[in-house]
Design a protein around this ligand. Sequence first.
Ligand SMILES: Nc1ncnc2c1ncn2[C@@H]1O[C@H](COP(=O)(O)OP(=O)(O)OP(=O)(O)O)[C@@H](O)[C@H]1O
Length: 355
Amino acid sequence: MTLIVEAKQRLGAFSLNAAFTSERGVTALFGRSGSGKTSLIRIIAGLARPDEGRVILDGEALTETAAGTFVPKHRRRFGYVFQEARLFPHFSVRANLSYGRWFAARAARGENFDRIVDLLGIEPLLERSPAKLSGGEKQRVAIGRALLSAPRLLLMDEPLAALDAARKAEILPYLQRLRDETDIPIVYVSHSITEVARLANQVVVLSDGKVEATGPAVDILSRPSAAADRKEAGSLLEGTVESFDALHRLSTVALKSCQLHIPGAALTPGKPVRIRVPSRDVMLATTRPEGLSALNILEARIEQMSPSEDGTVEIRLDCGGDAILSRITALSCERLDLRPGKTVFAVIKTVALEA
Ligand SMILES: Nc1ncnc2c1ncn2[C@@H]1O[C@H](COP(=O)(O)OP(=O)(O)OP(=O)(O)O)[C@@H](O)[C@H]1O
């Protein structure tokens, strides 16, 4: 799959001028409120025409202003999931799902139903009415309905934004399965770094209508500028689960050349995982600390130090090939005489890790 998007559009005082290409998996359109994410996804969907630009999916021009091409929304065979589920209130869940299937190309109907119901865990909900579903359950049904239309591309605009943290956590694993077990490409709009870190293969960062950065999620999200909110800044690491200690509910994850211990969820040995390490949860020591409750103490080399005006310094560490960010005060930097090239020990609060 190759999706090429180029779009210029004036919307009142706002001007969108963005282009990206995506190859597979989940492409996240990420940026703060008002950066142009929804305007761009509307152009991809065929809900809006750009003043200038093109949307090409696998060589087929769906929008191409230079040639006067514009395939209307309903003929693009895309699936949509919005912030609110928009289910038909008088239909059961099963009937809502069948509505999606009705739009599928004839060949794609039928065999998919059970697989999608199973993928999203909605079998027990089939005979209920939408009014009797939680927000998270509704959203899973909406995703199922979109999938049953056998879309060539799935567009998701802040699908978790209306849900509380517990419901978000409940849905994220289903979205990961969707990414890993189907081959439908997804364009996913979000302003949440946590969601993007969990789901995205590729990230397109939008800022004031323009593409500020684009590339693999692991590269883009580990940049200090990726986080709109300083509290969210951190690094994204990829590793493989080595083992799970059931007694202590602790998983061991192998990174490039070191290990991290992660509490909580039973991770499956052999599986790839992502771990986000917020920079404010990484402390530094110049000698290996002893008698400390932290389980993750990694030897690292200081690569780069970027002081901020607020009296803190962001320090980029090389931990045996993996980049980890730490934010500490300028005073601590001075006291520890930190500088690029120096060997330090990164103390990472284990509870802060999420796979
Ligand atoms: N039809 C329009 N006329 C004038 N201005 C518009 C129109 N549509 C969008 N805008 C403006 O364009 C900018 C980008 O809006 P857009 O909804 O694309 O941002 P967003 O990144 O999706 O934001 P959010 O996360 O808040 O939904 C905003 O400043 C918005 O006010």
